[in-house]
Write a protein that binds this ligand. Structure first.
Ligand code: ZN
Ligand code: ZN
Ligand code: FE
Length: 754
């Protein structure tokens, strides 16, 4: 048999995910000789065998790659035959690119889950079981290179048995940095708070702590449980008393809670799952998956037909369910309303002591806070709503940048984007930068990313929002960097879509439907149609007819206040304080502000138009979380039966539509039907507006983004109208359409303006 040799280079996330032992095992299987090592751009292999064996080896490399690996490219070239007697794992030649070295956190794998439950396994019931295919990564790394000594596991030296596995290339735990066992590793502890007193010493540890936690949860208690990226607050999702108590203590009135089902079968009974949903639920990232609910869990997700469900991803979750914890469990971020999630033990004990009845803490420290990711499915593809655990810091796009770019995002739903060697990575979700704690978290994450990816500040470009009052903008001005660039919010939304699709030169018609963003003219924008390309520049071409929006931030919290702005534009209007509208006095006050032009600003916000229509059909109270009125309106529309002809809308002026809504409401039309006709009118008017643009005839494609695009009903109709007119439509998938995607768009525009 003639021997031939191949040099194989594999790019993607292939380090720290068990790739080298996987290659080693394949080489044994097919009698391949040579070596494998971690190179500076990925994994490099020299493989020597006869042609048939090499083919099989290459096929298996692609087909059987470890679940956590993300192969972006395999390059194969001929190489001279050497004198290799065996196949070996060689030491790394040089330091790899940081984007190759840092893997996101991975859900527990099937093999480890089996061992966790096996009667004779030495890690049976061990809370921190993991292997090269699974376990924490980003959440425990303190610095590079990714070695145990540089993780939060450095305090626990390996025992002999763990060391043997760590050193054995045939073992699943070969070079698994966080490997540990009951004998040598950290454990968990339960601390119960007696009658509201601050937590004291641990009451139980290990399996006993897990059993007692399950018992407390069965009794309706709220337990703070340490997870992978921070603390959760947990309670029995089927106990309305426990759910209500959690809402009271957490100051979270109505916003939906996520739940954890014990397995896929239970999840499928709770929500409608397509194959794409199931793949997301069971994948290594293991996010919260939003899907249409099939059952009502009292108080868990009021006023929406969606439910966020996840499956166990840490060994502890399986252990809790195995120990008899109720399922599904409410599992919500361990924080007080808008604060960032608690991830340090002392901090959690202090901040959550009034909320939780007990704390199940773990000894393994968390290096950085990372919330659960939230993902849903659109057109069969993942649609990320919050990018965090399991996804951060994976690259989301390639950008033409030789020098590093740090894009700071927007002040709401903040996330950072860092471009290193042309790869754009998006940080974990940080939150709203109006809270002191979140601002600190933002600063920490900036420092952390610049450090971890070894960024040279003298070469750094910083991109930020155009809004002069944003915390992130002021931060950008203080940051030591080579160059600063301000990017208009809605251009960033549109550019984020182009960046994800690798279409920076593509002529676009960008449609950004949004809550608020600072405009070129210092007004507040939020329904913008731009044309051009990311490389050539995006020009504002059309927008919603501007109104005078009264009272700053309060307009976003009180739908009747937003309604005042739009209704003041009508020539004649009924008395909105009377039935069927019954607007509270705040409406009159807002009207007076507009009449006197006090504390008003020009606005084209689509989000506020949704609020105004929600107010007209009955949502007249203050919202208790961002986007609530619009979500409520979408839910009403989705409940509408029969036909819903679109209200008249030219894509710019909503007054005709508002007049009809008012008339229909006074006639006693069902609010579901009014809501549905509003959605239809909006989609049809906007799509006509777009299709009539000359760029549409010249082959531009349509990019949809902005927070309002989370509205599935609206986007489905808008996309189908545009597609029917022969236009190609693209939108975000890996980054959110909401402000979580702004950083990527800023980075793309900054990369193209170099
Ligand atoms: Zn594993
Ligand atoms: Zn051990
Ligand atoms: Fe936005």
């Amino acid at each position: 048999m003639e021997m031939i040799a191949r040099r194989i280079r594999i790019r993607g996330v292939v380090q720290g995910v068990g790739f080298r032992p996987f290659v080693f095992r394949l080489a044994q299987r097919y009698g391949v000789r040579g070596w494998v090592l971690n190179g500076d751009a990925g994994v490099e292999i020299l493989a020597e065998a006869d042609a048939g064996a090499l083919d099989e080896f290459l096929g298996a490399l692609r087909a059987e790659a470890p679940p956590a690996a993300r192969i972006s490219e395999i390059m194969v070239e001929a190489a001279p035959c050497g004198d290799h007697a065996t196949f070996e794992i060689r030491a790394s030649l040089s330091a790899a690119a940081p984007t190759v070295r840092i893997s996101p956190d991975l859900a527990i794998c099937d093999d480890c889950t089996r061992e966790l439950r096996a009667a004779d396994d030495r890690r049976r019931g061990y809370v921190y079981i993991n292997c090269t295919n699974c376990g924490p990564r980003y959440s425990i790394i303190q610095r590079l290179p990714y070695d145990r000594a540089h993780t939060t596991m450095s305090a626990w030296p390996l025992c002999g048995a763990c060391r043997d596995q760590y050193d054995d290339p045939r073992d699943r735990r070969f070079h698994a940095q966080p490997v540990a066992c009951e004998a040598c590793g950290p454990t968990c502890r339960l601390i119960e708070c007696a009658g509201g007193t601050p937590p004291g010493a641990a009451n139980a540890s290990g399996p006993q702590a897990v059993r007692r936690t399950a018992e407390l949860l069965r009794k309706g208690a709220i337990v703070a449980i340490k997870g992978v990226g921070g603390y959760h607050l947990a309670c029995d999702a089927r106990r309305p008393d426990a759910v209500r108590l959690l809402r009271e203590r957490k100051f979270r009135k109505e916003k939906a809670f996520a739940i954890m089902a014990c397995d896929l079968a239970e999840a499928a009974a709770l929500v409608e799952l397509s194959a794409a949903h199931a793949a997301l639920l069971t994948g290594a990232a293991r996010p919260i998956v939003l899907a249409r609910r099939r059952v009502e869990l009292a108080g868990v997700a009021p006023d929406t037909d969606q439910l966020g469900v996840m499956l166990p991803y840490a060994p502890l979750h399986h252990l809790l369910f195995d120990a008899g914890a109720p399922h599904p469990l409410v599992l919500t971020s361990g924080n007080r309303s808008n604060e960032p999630i608690a991830y340090r033990d002392d901090d959690a004990l202090e901040r959550l002591s009034g909320i939780a009845d007990a704390f199940l803490t773990g000894e393994r420290p968390i290096a950085r806070r990372i919330d659960d990711s939230v993902v849903t499915v659109r057109d069969g593809r993942p649609f990320v709503i919050r990018r965090a655990r399991g996804l951060a810091p994976l690259p989301v796009a390639a950008l033409p940048a030789d020098e590093p770019i740090l894009a700071l995002g927007a002040d709401l739903k903040n996330a950072l984007t860092l471009v290193v060697r042309g790869e754009a990575i998006v940080s974990q979700h940080i939150g709203d930068l109006d809270e002191y704690e979140t601002q600190r978290a933002f600063e920490q994450t900036v420092a952390d990313l610049l450090d971890m990816y070894e960024i040279d500040r003298n070469r750094l470009t910083v991109a930020h929002d155009l809004h002069p009052e944003f915390f992130s903008t002021r931060f950008a001005q203080r940051l030591n960097a080579k160059r600063r660039i301000a990017v208009q919010h809605h251009r960033a939304h549109v550019a984020s879509v182009a960046a994800e699709h690798g279409r920076l030169d593509q002529p676009l018609i960008g449609v950004a439907l949004d809550g608020t963003g600072y405009g070129d003219n210092h007004g507040i924008w939020g329904c913008e149609i731009v044309t051009g390309s990311v490389r050539g520049g995006l020009v504002r071409r059309a927008w919603l007819r501007p109104v005078q929006m009264p009272g700053g931030d309060a307009a976003a919290r009180f739908p009747v206040q937003a309604a005042a702005a739009f209704l003041q534009e009508l020539d004649e209007a009924p008395d909105f304080s009377k039935p069927p509208f019954e607007f509270p006095p705040r409406f009159r006050d807002a009207c007076r502000l507009i009449e006197r032009n006090v504390r008003c600003f020009k606005s084209t916000s689509m989000g506020r138009l949704f609020d105004a229509v929600a107010a007209l059909v009955g949502f007249t109270r203050e919202i208790s979380y961002e986007g609530q009125a619009a979500m409520w309106l979408e839910h009403r529309a989705a409940l509408s039966q029969g036909d819903a002809p679109p209200y008249p809308f030219d894509g710019c002026d909503p007054r005709a539509m508002l007049r009809e809504i008012i008339a229909d409401r006074r006639r006693g039309e069902p609010i579901e039907r009014i809501a549905a006709r509003f959605h239809a009118g909006l989609a049809d008017g906007l799509s006509r507006r777009v299709t009539e643009m000359e760029e549409a005839r010249e082959g531009a494609i349509v990019a949809l983004s902005g927070g309002v695009m989370q509205n599935e009903l609206l986007v489905a109709r808008l996309s189908s109208r545009l597609s029917a007119a022969g236009l190609r439509v693209i939108t975000n998938s890996a980054v959110p359409v909401n402000d979580g995607g702004i950083g990527l768009g800023q980075a793309a525009l900054a990369a193209c303006s170099a």
